[in-house]
Design a protein around this ligand. Sequence first.
Ligand code: F6R
Length: 609
Amino acid sequence: MCGIVGYVGPQSCADILVDGLRRLEYRGYDSAGLAVYDGKKVDVVRAVGKLQNLVKALKEHPLEGSLGIGHTRWATHGRPTEVNAHPHVAGNIALVHNGIIENHIELKRQLGEEGVKFVSDTDTEIVAHLIHRETQGGHDLVTAVRRALGFVHGAYAVAVIDQKQPDRIVVAKNASPLVVGFGEGEMFCASDIPAILPYTKLMLPLEEGEIAVLSATGFELTTLDGKPVDRKPRVITWNASQAEKGGYKHFMLKEIHEQPRAIEDTLRGRVDLAAGDVVESEIGVDAATAQLISRVYFIACGTSHHATLYGRFLMESIARVPATTELASEFIGREPVVGPNDLVVAVSQSGETLDTLAALKVAKEQGARVLAIANVIDSAIPRAAGSAFYTHAGPEIGVASTKCFTTQLAAMVLLAVFIGRRRGSVDKDRAGAILQALVELPHHMRTVLALDDIIRDLARPLSTAKSSLFLGRGVSYPVAAEGALKLKEISYIHAEGYAAGEMKHGPIALIDAEMPVIAIMPDDKSYDKIASNVQEAKAREGRVLAIATKGNADIGGIAHNTIYVPRVDATLSPFMTTLPLQLLSYYVADFKGTDVDQPRNLAKTVTVE
Ligand code: F6R
């Protein structure tokens, strides 16, 4: 998830581009750059780190001109360095890109055979070279972009300028956002509305598979296969802050709703449905390691720890490898025994959590094989691990983790299937069925997110509770733990996430008419048992809200209220049941009026022990 901005018109554009990038920094902030046509050539300035560093670089090397593109990066392929920063240049072409090119390895090999020399490690540079190759073949810029994108599989929003046709920007979109802004004798483009909102309110979001030519005198919109499109721009009435949050009240709500897209990005290029397998080059573990290990040992904190509870479940049920998970702070507090036959997997969305980093170092010192699952590329934990699986959820601004959690869950599934296939513990058919169900999840997640209003209504009575109990069994236990954490951290209501079977060993004493019980009970082999636990809670006057599978005819007689989620492969139900709990917590907190995006006493990155 990066930020793109572009301008063509009569004004000097560098300040407009930087201003736009400032409003897009929430989409990525590890490096930034501009490419501006100065009347003779396209000149590029890039800098690592926050936008401020680019501003400094531009003071030393000002860019003058009225056609330009800019980018703020959230690295996916290649570390956050200056050469990997956008814009990428190939001959006369300069390009900025948001998205992930799935077939980058194949395309890079082909271009390499044609003699192309790459200067960066990015997937984006490949697209610049493809377009350059097409312009060398005599095509005008829009045809060249159209032809080049024909070779590309994956997600992209691109903005391209050509030194030889310096009166236009060509933009195209597939699965990554791009909006075009209409000014008086000038045109803008950006990843998102806020970037260009101060300059124009007249905007047209591109749709999948569309390509547009922007110039000071006109705008031409077609499909990628060349059919004209006639769609009119609309006037945007949001203010700047609403626009940055995509019209949502808080970043957390926006990020909850981004999850289907985030999961698609996690899976992109990593699933081979025909082979019923996971693509080895994309997950940070090799086949030899998968075969050799005798245990998987997860370490993490907080929400990431809850993802590892699911990981443990999958390692045992799919990969049939003994698996354990440990809170990182406890791991370092004891004298853990790990060694060369263990794969220690450190999971951290920020990649910087000090406890997890310290635990990883201990594991490494003891000779364990290590892997990081992280969202922030090149952060401390993946660097220390040396091998990484990046979840590609994009920046998460809300302190409470939502899309980072579900993308970690997706990483767990891919890892378990990969290891299971290498060890022969899951066959091609079962693995294929799991992966097929996995790629269908975003569709079902959208169905759950459409329940937003219903969940909001159910949240209102919960907002006056003093304490609550979340119950789950088997694959739903991690969901219960995470549901409780989410509620307590943003609403400040005490919440316990418990394995339902443990309720009778203590927490049942807390249950009375004042105690909401949230039971995560999808149709699976634990259903009957958790249904009995819920009856026990009800017998103590607990108010039960169930999260159950659509079509469950019996839950109505058990729970006071039920949120029904779509039926998916039982192994993957946490993707369905987590979402209502995130929304529930969000609305409870919003009713209470707490600071949802920055709850008290918490930080997004925890670098103290
Ligand atoms: C809760 C939350 C925290 C983090 C924890 C670990 O919503 O975000 O519990 O999960 O601080 O952080 P990472 O994953 O960055 O290691």
